[in-house]
Structure formats: structure tokens, C-alpha cells
Write a protein that binds this ligand. Structure first.
Ligand code: ZN
Length: 625
């Protein structure tokens, strides 16, 4: 009984008690949309009924929608962002400037009511500002009804018609989408290029389109037996209704966006996994898709097993890999990929189903929380696929070191901007990319180093379970890390996210203290304090690790490698430039002392990280002859 009780106690402690939810409110939406596509004009009529649940403590006098297609007009803010060589996306540049009227994108709002009363509205480029006929009170539900007509732009960035790969419709950011209002207020980023943030909710989307088109989408097809095209359950006799168009009825539950794509030439491959989800692959079969798209169903099927075990369950019924758009792009329950996408891109976009799809972080404000975390997980998944022989290549002992080193070499060439920069507001497109993808990835490598690998892995799962289907921010994430590791990390946030200070530690001397002891001295030329793993190697090859924590951590990591002697020594105060460690070992027995041999810590100068005994140095140089 006692064992059972303590087990239960530990379970509650780790799953509920420690990670009890903050009572942060979040808004909720229920979309019902009827879309009637005119494929000759590339326009569609839309009827949208939106139930808006105001769970906030605030009375709302206005609401706002995103009208993303309006960005694809000459002279738009997105156009200007791409005319600036520093901030341009290489896929866009002058292309928006050169659009002809029939190639532009637009949304025309014909009518809008709130609870049956007409609402005043004004289009401000990619945002629709709505003045409500009567306020939406706290804890109440409003019904907003909109009739609109939209023109699908030529595919310029992410969404549009006639992609470079020849896909007819890449439909993302394609409908008037309610902006998010949360504890930080409204999020009204005008669309200039970077990414998204949406309200959690449910979507019912009915798309009537010429019957020759095959569709893929976020969500699950509700009328598969009327549609067929591989969506019908095995053995079902498909009975398509007559008429020029078919109406595809989609449903996606508990997501924050809905995307779809359509093409008459799509091939549809379905993988029905025993414990879900069903995977859909839609692509044009040709020489460009042959190499990877043909091989991906088997590899992604296996990848799902590994990912769910290591990063948390995928509870939705479907996930769709759609050949669409202009590069890999993530949406809830689906991704757009190019014809020539490699396995790395497939895995990256799939991992976004966790870091963005389920952990709905604000991609503009905290791009590193989706891109960086996705990159970290992708490196792990690819390494596993290699170790299982499912893809080519030899697995690495640590698949993150390459990214660490490329970050260090970037720092040597370029002055970086703080990671807290909004993705649209970096001075250069390159700087934003490095911040989001590379430094975001490195952030997790640093936490892995600080907390230790087993604790870090547990913390990532705790993060998932604590914050899935919500909108975690950097504080929320670090709070889970702190509680799992039993240490404070505010200093890390201060230095790594809000500053561009760099890490550099060195060994200044290793000397005989007395007959039995040796003194190792360290300095800190860098301005970024970090705990140190110091590994001492002895003559017969034995190694000992000394961990020097920071006072401000108020905790330490536990041993990562059970086979190596591990000792936590006195902490290093961050105002003190030097540190002295006296160890219980004879000087003449020591051959090498090294700071962080794992190379996880992004120390910008590793030349001063190693001390070698004179004899060892001589032997080493002898080897080189
Ligand atoms: Zn990404």
C-alpha cells in the first residue's frame, strides 16, 4: 500500500500538482463557412457564421479580422517589405509590384452583422476593423455573420493560385480570420511576411468546387462516401451527387486555423495508422515528386511513433502532407510542401504540428518557440530515422552540435539582434532567420546542457502537457523548465533572450596545490554567465566531472552519465571574474582538463577551454608526425 501510495503521490506531484494551470482565459471561435469557388475567375463567394466566445473579463466594443489576401496588391506593406533588399524574401522581391489586377488578391466584405444587427466596418489593408452595434460583454457569446467575395492571388508567398510547381490552389490565410485577443490585448500584426497567431476553435468548412479537383485540408472530410478520391473508408461504394461541382465538407476541431489545397492532378496516398492518425499525402506524380513523396508515407508513419513517444501525443484524427505553396509551411493538421521537398522539410513541418499546431505560440512575437523548437525536434527525429535505417545517413552522437557551431560562426561574422525581436521587425531577413531557426534551436541545446539530458527531455514533455491547446509565452515555457529541473532560469532568459551577450569561459592555469591536491583556475572573458561542466582526465583514462553551478540557479543538474564520477562543487557568483577549484587529485596524474567536452554550451572561443599536461602535449604532437 505504501508503495502504491507513494507512486500515486509522485504521479500527482509530477503531472498535476507541479504543473497546475494558471487560470488564464482564452477566447474561442466556431466557424461555419460555405465557400463557392469560381475556378474560371479564381474568385469565391463566402458565407461565414462565426460564434465568438468572449471569455475575457473585458467588454469588447470592436473586433478585428485578418484579410491576408489584401497583402498581394502593388504598394502594400508586404510589397514594400520585399522591395527592401535587406528584408526581402527571395521568393517575392518585385513580384507583388508587378501584379496585374486579375492576379492580385483581395477580400471584399459585402455585409457583416453581429447578433443580427449590421456592424460598421473599415478595411485597413490586411486588417478589418469592426465597430460593433452593441458591445460583447465579458463571458458572453456573439454571432457574427459575414458575406464576402475574394480573389485568389497568383501564388506569391505561401498561398495563391498556380504555384511554381503547378498546383492550382494553395489556400492558406484565405478567409477573413478573427484576430486573437488575449491577456496581452489585440494582436493586429499587418501581414508583411512573417507568421501567424489565431484563436482556438472549431471549423466547419464546406467547399463547392468543380468536380475535377481533388482537395486536401486541415481537418477530416465529413462526406467521404459522396466524394471518394481515396477518402472513402475501404470497401465503401462512392456515390457522387450529380452537378458540375462537388461540395467537400470538412471539419477541424480544436485548432486555430484552417487551410486547404486543390488540384485536378493530385495523387492521393492514404496511410491508415492503427492507433491514428490517418495520414494523407496529396501530390502531382511526376519526376519532381518521385524521389521523396513516394518514399515518405512509410517513413512518416514510423516517425509518428517516435515523435508521439518523445514529444507528446497527436490527438487529431488526420494529418495531411499537401504539395502546395512555395516552401514548407505549417498549418494545424496539415502542411504545404514543394514538389522537391526533402525528408528534413517533411519532418520539420510535421514537428510544427506540435510547436505551433498544438502549442499555439505567437509565431510573430516568439518565432523561436515554433521554428527553433521544431528545428531541435527535427534533428532528433532525423537522427532516429537514420538509426533505424529508414532514411540514408549515419546517425550523430549529438545531432545538435552542427547547429551550435554554425551559430558560433555566425556570431563571429555578424552582429545579432536580441531573440526577443518580433520576426517582422528584424533589420534583415537573414538575421530573423538565424534568430528564429538557429538561436531558437540553440536555446534548447543550452537548456539541455544546463539541466542535463534526462531532465530536459522530461521538461519538454511537461511543457507539451501543460500548454497544449493554449498560447504559451516564453515565461510559461521557462516556468515549466524551472519546475521540472528544480532550478531558477530567469538569468538565462535575461541573457539569452533579451541580450546578445556571448559565452566565453577559459582555463587559466592548472597547478599543484600540495602533494595530494591540484588547483584549476578559470576566467570568464564573455559577459554571459553559465554553469560549467569540467571534465578531468587522468593518466589511466579515468575521468571525473565537476559541475560548477551559478549561485543564481538555486539548484544544480544531476549526473547525466552514471558511469562517470560526478561532483557538484561550490557555485560561481556572476560578478566574480575568476574561479578557483581545488580537487583531490595529484597534479602529476592529470593529463587533461576540459570545459564542456560535450560542446553543447555555445562558448564562442573554445581555444581556451582545454588544458593539457606537458607530457600529454608532447605525446599528442608526436602523434602528428
Ligand atoms: Zn518552420
Amino acid at each position: 500500500m505504501r508503495t502504491l501510495f507513494s507512486l500515486l503521490f509522485v504521479f500527482f506531484l509530477s503531472s498535476n500538482f507541479l504543473f497546475s494551470q494558471t487560470c488564464r482565459w482564452q477566447q474561442r471561435v466556431q466557424y461555419q463557412m460555405d465557400i463557392d469557388m469560381d475556378v474560371a475567375k479564381h474568385q469565391f463567394d463566402g458565407k461565414q457564421t462565426l460564434k465568438y466566445f468572449n471569455n475575457s473579463p473585458d467588454t469588447l466594443y470592436k473586433v478585428y479580422y485578418h484579410l491576408y489576401f489584401n497583402a498581394f496588391q502593388p504598394g502594400s506593406m508586404m510589397d514594400w517589405q520585399n522591395r527592401n533588399p535587406l528584408t526581402a524574401d527571395s521568393r517575392v522581391r518585385e513580384r507583388i509590384s508587378n501584379l496585374k489586377p486579375e492576379e492580385t488578391g483581395w477580400h471584399q466584405v459585402k455585409s457583416l452583422t453581429c447578433n443580427g444587427k449590421p456592424a460598421k466596418f473599415e478595411v485597413k489593408e490586411t486588417i478589418l476593423e469592426v465597430t460593433l452595434p452593441e458591445p460583447i460583454l465579458p463571458k458572453s457569446v456573439a454571432e457574427l455573420k459575414m458575406d464576402f467575395r475574394s480573389q485568389v492571388p497568383v501564388q506569391i508567398r505561401r498561398s495563391g493560385r498556380d504555384s511554381r510547381d503547378g498546383v492550382a490552389y494553395s489556400m492558406s490565410q484565405w478567409y477573413p480570420k478573427m484576430a486573437e485577443y488575449d491577456y496581452q490585448g489585440w494582436h493586429l500584426d499587418l501581414y508583411v511576411g512573417r507568421e501567424f497567431y489565431g484563436v482556438w476553435g472549431d471549423f466547419e468548412v464546406n467547399i463547392a468546387i468543380d468536380r475535377s479537383y481533388l482537395l486536401g485540408a486541415s481537418g477530416e472530410l465529413q462526406n467521404a462516401a459522396e466524394i471518394g478520391y481515396g477518402y472513402e473508408p475501404e470497401g465503401t461504394a462512392v456515390r457522387q451527387p450529380p452537378g458540375e461541382k462537388l461540395t467537400w465538407r470538412w471539419k477541424a476541431v480544436n485548432v486555430h486555423d484552417f487551410s486547404w489545397s486543390a488540384d485536378p492532378d493530385y495523387k492521393h496516398v492514404v496511410v491508415r495508422r492503427e492507433n491514428g492518425p490517418t495520414l494523407h499525402f496529396l501530390y502531382q506524380p511526376n519526376e519532381n515528386t518521385q524521389a521523396t513523396w513516394e518514399a515518405m508515407p512509410a517513413a512518416m508513419d514510423r516517425a509518428f511513433d517516435y515523435i508521439q513517444k518523445n514529444f507528446g501525443e497527436y490527438p487529431y484524427p488526420t494529418y495531411s502532407f499537401l504539395e502546395a505553396g512555395d516552401g514548407g509551411m505549417e498549418y494545424p493538421m496539415a502542411t504545404f510542401l514543394r514538389a522537391g521537398a526533402g525528408v528534413g522539410t517533411f519532418v520539420h513541418e510535421l514537428m510544427h504540428a506540435w510547436y505551433y499546431g498544438m502549442l499555439g505560440t505567437h509565431e510573430g512575437k516568439y518565432p523561436w518557440m515554433d521554428e527553433g523548437f521544431t528545428e531541435y525536434a527535427t534533428a532528433e527525429v532525423l537522427n532516429w530515422l537514420k538509426s533505424e535505417g529508414l532514411i540514408n545517413g549515419k546517425p550523430d552522437e549529438n545531432p545538435h552540435i552542427f547547429t551550435n557551431n554554425s551559430y558560433i560562426s555566425y556570431l563571429k561574422r555578424t552582429e545579432e539582434e536580441p531573440l526577443s525581436t518580433h520576426h517582422d521587425h528584424y533589420l534583415t531577413s537573414r538575421g530573423g532567420g538565424v534568430g528564429a531557426y538557429v538561436k531558437g534551436h540553440v536555446l534548447l541545446t543550452q537548456l539541455n546542457y544546463i539541466m542535463g539530458d534526462p531532465v530536459f527531455r522530461k521538461a519538454m514533455l511537461n511543457y507539451y502537457h501543460t500548454w497544449r491547446f493554449k498560447h504559451p509565452n516564453p515565461d510559461d515555457f521557462l516556468r515549466v523548465m524551472e519546475r521540472t529541473a528544480g532550478m531558477e532560469l530567469d538569468w538565462f532568459q535575461q541573457y539569452f533572450i533579451f541580450s546578445t551577450k556571448q559565452i566565453d569561459y577559459g582555463i587559466t592555469s592548472v597547478e599543484k596545490a600540495n602533494r595530494k591536491e591540484t588547483t584549476i583556475r578559470f576566467n570568464r572573458p564573455g559577459h554571459f554567465p553559465m554553469p560549467l561542466d569540467v571534465v578531468v582526465t587522468f593518466k589511466k583514462g579515468k575521468q571525473k566531472m565537476y559541475n560548477i553551478p551559478l549561485y543564481m540557479m538555486w539548484g544544480t543538474k544531476t549526473a547525466e552519465n552514471p558511469d562517470m564520477h560526478y561532483e557538484v562543487v561550490k557555485p560561481w557568483g556572476w560578478t566574480i571574474p575568476e574561479y578557483e577549484l581545488t580537487i583531490d587529485a595529484r597534479f602529476k596524474d592529470i593529463v587533461k582538463v576540459e570545459i564542456d567536452p560535450s560542446q553543447r554550451m555555445v562558448d564562442v572561443n573554445r581555444d581556451n577551454n582545454v588544458w593539457m599536461a606537458k607530457t600529454a602535449q608532447a605525446e599528442n604532437s608526436g602523434e602528428k608526425e
